[in-house]
Design a protein around this ligand. Sequence first.
Ligand code: C5P
Length: 238
Amino acid sequence: MEKGQLLYEGKAKRLYATDEQGILWVEYKDSATAFNGEKKAEIAGKGMLNNKITSLLFEKLQTAGIASHFVKQLSDHEQLVRQVSIIPIEVVARNVVAGSMAKRLGLEEGTVLKQPVVEFYYKDDALGDPLITEDHIQLLGLATPQEVLELREKALKVNEVLIQFFKEVGVQLIDFKIEFGRDDNGAILLADEISPDTCRLWDMETKQKLDKDVFRRDLGNLTDAYELILSKLGGQHS
Ligand code: C5P
């Protein structure tokens, strides 16, 4: 397969066309950003780690019956995905209070939620990705009511499966953000990435943070944390 022209460059990835219809080539970058791009750094090895972790998690989710855009890992920092039209909604699922939920609701970080909470954010950098309600989603025409239900159900299923994967390797899944896209037939597929950039992952015993909060809050070496996640999941880093 041949890599074609650059279609899109985001904060963490570049997307290229390929010579195969409907298949895109994704390159993971070493850039780290936080607080809507206000904090930035280049961290050697981060792209490779997120590519490997995302590939591994999408494979595990596919085995568990959750379809995604993922086709295959190509190299340390590249993968092939099916082309979808991204729905501009960030779907967040939470099991433990942290981050913006702690701030917004005045709850203590680390409080275990009685049941998972699903939230929707409007994916719009200029607006700072605001929290939105289902009525806002209708108002903005982002998805139909039926699709919103589907996004919520899929997020809860991903949550269930990921909680178990991480638990088996001694990691607590605190929360995560996922994105979905529509394929040519309008079917909704899990898309984008699932990595320590998009999840909060705590060591079950020590509660050590093994995710992007290491970068956001200057808690130490980010690649050490991501490498630990990759090796716990059974992946190898070179
Ligand atoms: O910041 P907040 O607490 O709302 O984040 C919830 C979860 O979603 C965290 O795991 C965070 O890493 C992820 N997230 C993300 N991209 C965003 C916002 C949040 O991956 N733009």
